[in-house]
Design a protein around this ligand. Structure first.
Ligand code: SDX
Length: 434
């Protein structure tokens, strides 16, 4: 993207009075950026922004978030419209290609994904190396990273055709791998994917069917699953996506990069929050104890945080949370589930949103606040919640990874630091150490 020369920032070094012009670059929408790529060469100084709260790491055309307005767009389409009017395969095509597919394109894409859902038979041996009670995210990090050993013909990142096949393989195989992680944890046999089922139907089939009887996929659950996948598909430069981009910037193969993204997503401050929300609701137990936990969340000396609340970017409502909340009611009503945790969650949301602390800190429910309640109602164990997040986010990671690799300006990501350690000092022989 070329800098708009009419706009720039002037930086003045007050120690010397010297001024430096920093070009301003405007996006299509959203904040402009100050191009500091020549800052170190011109000033001998780095920028300093731990956690990257004010740093654009790249330019991208995939997802745009307006945190103040609670807006989330994928290639210009709102998450609300995509969640209500499209399905996950359409959203995958959109994220990867930039446009919604027509009938033929969607049929062709869905077929390509369907025919990559099977795994090399020996991948199953990796599962048997884990304890049955391993956290399924540990299994996912391991087996996804191992895929490069089986699909070596799609690891050359310089070859567009190999990148395309690896992208399809990753999107297609994540449901199979995730279902296998669940089956392994409960000692049931793995279930092969079926080509006559949709992406979400296939995942539910591989997860919940058993060889001893026919399993009918509930259309309501399949629709809810598909919508949950859409809501988790991509989210600009979040921690795990940035991890995938940094791993990919060294030229690492796509399977290794996605495994790195899964590892980052696992953290409770990120994708691990949906699991942590349910644990928190179970810890609170009853709405009478909500005030106690609200006070703990406000207490600077208490590390407790309200899981599922707050967001680096959304300082209004996370639009995904609103759709998730609506789906929550639909799924629980359809399943005739009266989960007291939903009542507890809604009461917690009501009290938190009326508390001045949360209003002042702009802490609203995020995408993870309600997802766990739906997933629990659908029959998933808490330990599988982040696996489902990783399954859905794979298309976003893959789309962002491709965008980075295809960027002619792409170079290895190598941040600098503010060094606060010891300057050079002489070695101290052992007999002179205290
Ligand atoms: C996801 O980035 C993405 O896009 C992520 C994601 C995606 O789709 O990829 O949206 C998915 O990760 C959603 C977030 C899930 N995480 C949680 O629900 C965990 C609980 N939330 C917090 O850990 C926190 O809100 C973060 C990590 C989400 C955001 O942290 P920030 O932006 O670094 O904010 P912060 O930690 O600097 O907090 C700002 C203030 C602090 O108080 P002060 O130091 O200013 O006095 O708000 C407080 C925090 O103490 N605060 C909370 C809080 N979150 C922030 N206080 C109580 N409960 C919370 N949940």
């Amino acid at each position: 993207m070329s800098a708009d020369k009419r706009n720039s920032f002037t930086l003045t070094d007050n120690r010397t009075g010297e001024s430096f012009e920093m070009p301003l670059m405007d996006g299509k929408v959203g904040p402009s950026v100050i191009d500091v790529r020549r800052l170190y060469a011109q000033t001998g100084c780095f920028t300093y922004d731990p956690g990257f709260t004010s740093t654009a790491s790249c330019d991208s055309s995939i997802t745009y978030i307006d945190g103040d307005k609670g807006v989330l767009l994928h290639r210009g389409y709102s998450i609300e419209e995509l969640a209500s009017k499209s399905d996950f395969m359409e959203v995958c095509y959109l994220l990867l290609n930039g446009e919604l597919p027509n009938v033929e394109e969607k049929e062709d894409f869905s077929k390509k994904i369907t025919y990559h859902t099977m795994l090399h038979e020996q991948v199953m041996n990796f599962y048997r190396g884990f304890r049955r009670d391993s956290h399924p995210m540990a299994v996912m990090v391991g087996v996804v990273g191992a895929l490069s050993a089986f699909y070596h013909d799609s690891t050359d990142v310089r070859d567009p055709q190999q990148r395309l096949i690896a992208s399809h393989r990753l999107i297609a195989k994540m449901p199979t791998l995730a279902a296998m992680a669940y089956k392994y944890s409960i000692g049931q046999p793995f279930v092969y994917p079926r080509n006559d089922l949709s992406y979400s139907e296939n995942f539910l089939h591989m997860t919940f069917s058993v060889p001893t009887e026919e399993y009918k996929v509930s259309p309501v659950l399949a629709r809810a699953m598909d919508r949950i996948f859409i809501l988790h598909a991509d989210h600009e430069q979040n921690a795990s996506t940035s991890t995938v981009r940094i791993a990919g910037s060294s030229g690492a193969n796509p399977f290794a990069c996605i495994a790195a993204g899964i590892a980052s997503l696992w953290g409770p401050a990120h994708g691990g929050a949906n699991e942590a929300v349910l644990q928190m609701l179970q810890q609170i137990g009853h709405k009478d104890r909500i005030p106690e936990f609200i006070e703990r969340a406000k207490d600077k000396n208490d590390p407790f945080r309200l899981m599922g609340f707050g967001h680096r970017v959304y300082k209004n409502y996370d639009p995904r949370a609103a759709v998730m909340r609506e789906s929550c009611h639909e799924v629980l009503a359809e399943l005739n589930v009266d989960d007291p945790l939903l009542e507890l969650a809604m009461e917690l949301e009501r009290i938190a949103l009326s508390d001045p602390y949360f209003k002042e800190k702009k802490l609203f429910p995020n995408v993870d606040f309600y997802s766990g309640i739906i997933l629990k109602a659908m029959g998933f164990p808490t330990s599988m919640f982040t696996v489902l997040f990783a399954l859905a986010r794979t298309v976003g990671w893959v789309a962002q990874w491709n965008e980075m690799i295809e960027d002619p300006m792409q170079k290895i990501s190598r941040p600098r630091q503010l060094f606060l350690g010891e300057d050079k000092r002489d070695f101290v022989p052992m007999d002179q150490r205290k």
